[in-house]
Design a protein around this ligand. Structure first.
Ligand SMILES: Nc1ncnc2c1ncn2[C@@H]1O[C@H](COP(=O)(O)OP(=O)(O)OP(=O)(O)O)[C@@H](O)[C@H]1O
Length: 367
């Protein structure tokens, strides 16, 4: 499928600090792509370069058949035809919902009757018919966000830029809103770039996610790809909870071309085996053994030898998390690792247990 948005070798520095490094990214028409990463990793800067609010140092941006930035010059913001919902781009408090949404249409001198029609369509799209005459202070946080989305969609942009649009909402509302928004974007087939530091939001909203760290893309993929096949420890820990055990990769001759490998735990005589990618195998630095809490089995009585992928431990703490207990276990000969796993029943603090890491659901990734 052809790509609608293409970013090539984009760079931006502030002073001596490289905020975005050699960014390559392609987005298909109608796709929702999230930029996910910790605070300061450059997400907003990328979005602002797309919007034309920040000039890149170098690189290339193309949207549809239009060049937004050619390495030197950029298309002015108003000619990019974008819809934007930014954190610091709130509704105008002195304007009604109708005035907020239709502002851009008035600027374009659309005839009044057409504006009215468009307004009704937009209010229906965001599920707010009948709210025309309200002022922002008379709306809930979620309703305000929906008005902001309607305002961004008013001029029928083909590319929508969202910068943490749901960050001011509480967790429950954020989940409903993100599900609603993604339905809407799919219905309109609008290409969307969404900036977030919230992994859950990125997972519910996105077709694909680009995980960023220090201005560099770590991995781009669907939520399931990133969760099941993270390329490194950073992506693994950023996409859902993950237990990480550091160690040294051991490659046996007969495994050299296989998909599984084993890792010798740091300061231990214990070897754990898991899935490993060819790139991870080629990595010469240190590795982590990764296993998600839900994939670990806690054994209360030591099964007969041989013990494969089993680590002894001692229960530290248990927390009831609704339906099951999240259990923290100190593991390793010095009990130096804290492992999280789930149990159906509460275990006793200080109780001896054994942790089993199924090798098909464990990974070995570069640190
Ligand atoms: N105008 C500016 N001048 C100097 N430094 C800047 C400027 N804008 C951003 N930065 C720096 O660039 C880095 C990346 O900022 P950016 O806002 O893109 O990060 P972010 O990933 O969006 O973070 P957050 O999630 O906190 O918004 C930060 O270290 C920030 O301090």
């Amino acid at each position: 499928m052809s790509m609608y948005l293409r970013i090539k070798q984009l760079n931006k520095t502030y002073g001596s600090r490289q905020v975005v490094s050699d960014l390559d990214l392609s987005v298909r028409e109608g796709e929702v792509l999230s930029l996910l990463g910790p605070s300061g990793c450059g997400k907003t800067t990328i979005l602002r370069m797309l919007a034309g609010l920040v000039t890149p140092d170098s690189g290339y941006i193309e949207v549809g058949d239009r060049v937004f930035f050619d390495g030197k010059r950029g298309l002015p913001v108003e000619e990019r035809g974008l819809g934007m919902v930014f954190q610091d781009y709130a509704l105008w408090p002195h304007m009604t919902v109708a005035q907020n949404i239709s502002f851009g249409l008035r600027l374009r001198r659309m005839p009044g009757r057409q504006i009215k029609e468009r307004l009704q369509t937009l209010l229906e799209l965001v599920n707010l018919p009948g709210y025309e005459q309200r002022y922002p202070y008379q709306l809930s946080g979620g309703q305000q966000q929906r008005v902001a989305v309607a305002r961004a969609l008013a001029t029928e942009p083909r590319l929508l830029l969202l910068d943490e649009p749901l960050s001011s909402l509480d967790a429950a509302l954020r989940e409903t809103m993100s599900a609603e928004l993604v339905q809407l974007f799919k219905r309109l087939n609008i290409t969307t770039i969404n900036v977030t530091h919230d992994q859950n939001e990125a997972m519910t909203m996105s077709d694909r996610i680009a995980v960023l760290r220090d201005g560099k893309v770590q991995q781009v993929g669907t939520p399931t790809e990133l969760y099941l096949q993270p390329q490194n420890a950073f992506v693994a820990s950023f996409m859902g909870q993950a237990n990480m055990l550091p160690g040294a990769l051991v490659v046996n001759d007969n495994e050299e071309n296989g998909t599984s490998g084993s890792l010798q735990l740091l300061d231990e005589e214990i070897y754990l085996s898991g899935q490993i990618s060819a790139e991870a195998r080629a990595h010469s630095g240190s590795h982590n053994f990764v296993c998600r809490p839900a994939n670990i089995t806690i054994i209360q009585e030591l099964p007969p030898a041989p013990h494969q992928n089993i680590l002894p431990g001692q229960v530290a703490q248990t927390f009831f998390v609704g339906g099951r207990w999240r259990t923290h276990i100190k593991a390793g000969s010095q009990q130096q690792y804290t492992i999280q796993a789930f149990t159906d029943q509460p275990l006793q603090p200080a109780q001896a247990v054994w942790l089993e890491f199924p090798s098909t659901q464990s990974l070995i990734v570069p640190v």
